[in-house]
Each structure stands twice: as structure tokens, then as C-alpha cells.
Design a protein around this ligand. Structure first.
Ligand code: DUC
Ligand code: ZN
Ligand code: ZN
Ligand code: ZN
Length: 466
């Protein structure tokens, strides 16, 4: 048995902050004790000095797309490179999206994603399932997947002809989820209307990246969010709206919650820190910021921060889906609709949200709540993941709140040739990362390995009685 003690730090969880030492035996946290109490007698094989540091749970990023095939290419981070970058950024669990292909079973999709991930991940991982072909057989398969720990299912109101489901299919999947405990996650944008606007924009010669933001109208995010909420209400199903970017969509979610409905909302760092100003950068630079839902005008940011503070939004995940500028984003030169959708971010989330603490948008505990504890609870991983407590996995980050760093593609570890946050100054930096008791990041050294990360079957959403 290996005993590790983390001494002298400020332990921050979603629930409390305390000056405490943390005792780890092998893969688990076994005790916390106030500095100078019984902790003084703990013997250890390894002592990590956390004086002046925060000791926080490893981040849980509940929305990533490693190796996602999209728009004729594939997201540039593999499970190996993407999970290693996540570790560098203080994230110790990801929940990635396995994809059902049209005409194929859920099982085939899930098996394919297991094959991509197994033996390659630096940190622990689980899967959601994208339902791209809702039919009698795939609805039945949902029950089986819930039984084996794939307890959430993403549906798309966007991308006709690719992932899109019509309202009837959505309703049927929601009814099934209401029955089997699977949480329905929704990409809420009216893709049918958007495709008309895309065609009209291109016909009018509007081909630059900034038109991606213009055709994906805020109204069409709000409308789809509203419709998804009503469909979920009809089905008696909870609903988790992914990557919320529009203030009016936040209002729809807040209204539903105020009415007592089990509706949850996620936003992402790109919507909190970037805007349509980035999409309008000169030349083809804006392509770096093409994702869906799209970036919005700056005014929306205040509403997203407010939603996070009032708990109308509960989770910040990245929707990490990187495409290199050279050779991938460039596929859309002369036609914004051919720019692969997605931004890199899995490595930056914990730091950006710490910057939000420094800037006064969030409290320290809320930082941990939206980035660790709530995503773990939402997706059935708590308290194994998302907190620092006896019995929890020893996924622990020693975080230096005073270190200064500058985000840059020159120094990041994601397999992508640009950073969406290039040049941004951050106060705060990851110092040490443990994944199930193993030190994977020690200062400037990577000590992890592909294959350390283990598949995590998940319970159903822990905010709902079952
Ligand atoms: N949005 C993105 O930006 N990328 C992948 C899929 C999605 O819905
Ligand atoms: Zn989406
Ligand atoms: Zn409210
Ligand atoms: Zn996504």
C-alpha cells in the first residue's frame, strides 16, 4: 500500500473550505484532518507540500468529443492526446460522446468508442450516447445502456441529415428516458430553419466565418430550448440543455426551473470568455471560433454568469472538439458552412474558471461546484468523483492561486495548432495532479501514461429521485 499525505493546503469543495491535510491510501482518499490535529501523526510514503495552495477535486468535464468524425474530418485530439491535455489542465474525468451512426445500433457505436478509448486514456472516462437514429430497436437498446452505466443520451434539434431528430423522435426518446432513468441531453437549435438561412446567406455571397454566427440566430436557440422543455414536460422527462450560449435560452431554462420542472443547463468557457467579435476577426481567423451553438455578442456573457450564480445554469463543460486551423478549419474557406464546428478547451477550463473567481464572477466554492461536483452528480459519478472526502477516488489537484500564466498554443498540450484563448493572462495554475492516487502532473513534468485512465460506468442522474 502507498500512503500519500497532502499537507498544509486549503481544501476547497463545493460544500466547504478548510485548512486540512488529506490522507490517501493507494487510489482512495481515506481521511481529512485539520492541520496540526491527528494529521500530524500520519506516516506517509510521499508527502506533497501544499502550503499556500488550494487542494481541490480533479475537474469533471462532462462534454468532450475526442476523435469525433465531423464535416469530413475528425477532431484532432485522440483519447490519448486529449486526456493528457485534460490532466495538464487539472481535469481528471471526462465524459465523452459515443456516436450512433444512422442505420447502426447503439451497441455498434458504443463498442467503437470503447475501442478508441481503451488503453489510451491518461485519466478516467465515461460515455454518453448520441442518438442519431431513433427507432424501435435503438429505443429498446437505451434500457440496456442505462443498465451498463451509459446513463445519458444526446439528441440534436440541429444538423438535419446528420444527427438531427424530429420532434416525434425526440418525444419518443424522452418517454423512454423518463421510464429507464436515462437523462436526455439536448442540442437546442432549430436546424431546419438554420439550414434555410445558411443557403440564403451563401447565395448572397456571405461566405465569411462571421456569417456562421449570424445565421445561427439567437431566436432559433431560444425557440428550440423552449420546444425541448415543452416536449420534456409532455414526456414527463428531465432535460439537460447542452452548450447554452444565448441569454434568451437561459431565460427559457430559468422559467422552466421556476415552474418546478427538472430542467438543467450547461454552458462552456467559450461563451463566457469569447464573443462574435472573435468570429469577425480579419481574414479567415474567425474560423477558429466556429462552433455550435455559436458565440454570441458580448452582452450575453453577463446573463450566463448570472445564470451560473443563481443556479439556473449548473455546469460548465468544454464541448472540447478541436480542429486544426491548417487543413481542417480551412476546409471552410469560401463557405463558412464547411468549417468544422468545434473549439479546443479541455485543458483551459479549470484555469479560465479560476480567473472568473479572481474577477469576482464566482466564489471559490461555486467554481468547484460547476466544474467538479455538479457534473459528477448530474452524470452519476458522485461522490467517487467531484469531491474531496473519505471514500472518494484520490483525484486531487494542488492548485496555485497566485501563479501567473499566459495561455498559448506554444505551450498547451492539446493536439491543435491554435488556442482560442491565445495571449490571455490567467492568475492561477495547476501544480500537482493525482488521478486515483497516482501523480500524473508534477509541476512542469508529465508523469502519467496512456492506459492509466479507467472506464467509469455511471449511475443515473443524482438530482432525480428514482
Ligand atoms: N457543436 C460543436 O461545436 N462541435 C461538435 C458538435 C456540436 O454540436
Ligand atoms: Zn451540440
Ligand atoms: Zn430561477
Ligand atoms: Zn458537443
Amino acid at each position: 500500500m502507498t500512503r500519500t499525505v497532502i499537507r498544509g493546503g486549503l481544501v476547497v469543495t463545493a460544500a466547504e473550505e478548510l485548512n486540512a491535510d488529506v490522507l490517501i491510501e493507494d487510489e482512495r482518499i481515506v481521511a481529512l484532518a485539520a492541520a496540526g490535529s491527528s494529521a500530524a501523526e500520519w506516516t506517509a510514503d510521499r508527502v506533497i507540500d501544499a502550503t499556500g495552495m488550494y487542494v481541490i477535486p480533479g475537474g469533471v468535464d462532462a462534454h468532450t468529443h475526442m476523435e469525433l468524425p465531423f464535416g469530413g474530418t475528425s477532431a484532432s485530439d485522440t483519447f490519448e492526446t486529449g486526456t493528457r491535455a485534460a490532466a495538464w489542465g487539472g481535469t481528471t474525468t471526462i465524459v465523452d460522446f459515443a456516436v450512433q451512426s444512422v442505420g447502426a445500433s447503439l451497441r455498434e457505436g458504443l463498442d467503437a468508442w470503447h475501442a478508441k478509448a481503451e488503453g489510451n486514456c491518461a485519466i478516467d472516462y465515461g460515455f454518453h450516447m448520441i442518438l442519431a437514429d431513433v427507432n424501435d430497436a435503438s429505443l429498446k437498446e437505451m434500457d440496456l445502456l442505462v443498465g451498463e452505466g451509459v446513463t445519458s443520451f444526446k439528441l440534436f434539434m440541429a444538423y438535419p441529415g446528420v444527427f438531427y431528430s424530429d420532434d416525434g423522435k425526440i418525444l419518443r426518446a424522452m418517454q423512454r428516458g423518463a421510464d429507464n432513468g436515462g437523462l436526455i441531453m439536448m442540442h437546442a437549435e432549430n436546424g431546419i430553419a438554420i439550414d434555410v438561412l445558411v443557403e440564403q446567406a451563401l447565395a448572397a455571397g456571405k461566405t465569411d466565418p462571421r456569417y456562421h454566427g449570424e445565421v445561427r440566430r439567437e431566436l432559433l436557440e431560444a425557440e428550440a430550448t423552449h420546444r425541448a422543455i415543452k416536449l420534456a414536460q409532455v414526456a414527463g422527462s428531465p432535460l439537460y440543455v447542452v452548450h447554452v450560449s444565448a441569454a434568451s435560452a437561459v431565460a427559457e431554462i430559468a422559467g422552466a426551473r421556476d415552474a418546478g420542472l427538472p430542467v438543467f443547463g450547461e454552458t462552456c468557457p467559450q461563451y463566457l470568455f469569447l464573443s462574435t467579435d472573435n468570429l469577425a476577426e480579419p481574414g479567415f481567423e474567425g474560423a477558429k471560433y466556429v462552433c455550435s451553438t455559436p458565440l454570441r455578442p458580448k452582452e450575453h456573457q453577463a446573463e450566463l454568469w448570472k445564470g451560473l450564480r443563481t443556479n439556473d445554469l449548473q455546469v460548465v463543460s468544454t464541448d472540447h472538439c478541436p480542429f486544426c486551423f491548417v487543413g481542417q478549419k480551412e476546409l471552410g474557406r469560401g463557405d463558412f458552412s464547411k468549417i468544422p464546428n468545434g473549439l479546443p478547451g479541455v485543458e483551459n477550463r479549470m484555469d479560465l474558471l479560476h480567473q472568473a473567481v479572481v474577477d469576482g464572477h464566482l466564489t471559490r466554492r461555486r467554481w468547484i461546484e460547476i466544474a467538479c461536483a455538479t457534473p459528477a452528480r448530474m452524470f452519476g459519478l458522485y461522490p467517487k468523483k467531484g469531491t474531496i472526502a473519505p471514500g472518494a477516488d484520490a483525484d486531487v489537484v494542488v492548485y496555485d492561486p497566485n501563479a501567473e500564466q499566459t495561455i498559448s498554443a506554444e505551450t498547451h498540450h492539446m493536439n491543435v495548432d491554435y488556442s482560442a484563448y491565445e495571449g490571455r493572462r490567467i492568475t492561477g495554475k495547476v501544480r500537482t495532479v493525482l488521478s486515483r492516487g497516482t501523480v500524473v502532473i508534477d509541476g512542469d513534468n508529465y508523469l502519467g501514461r496512456a492506459g492509466h485512465g479507467r472506464y467509469q460506468p455511471r449511475a443515473t442522474c443524482q438530482y432525480l429521485d428514482r
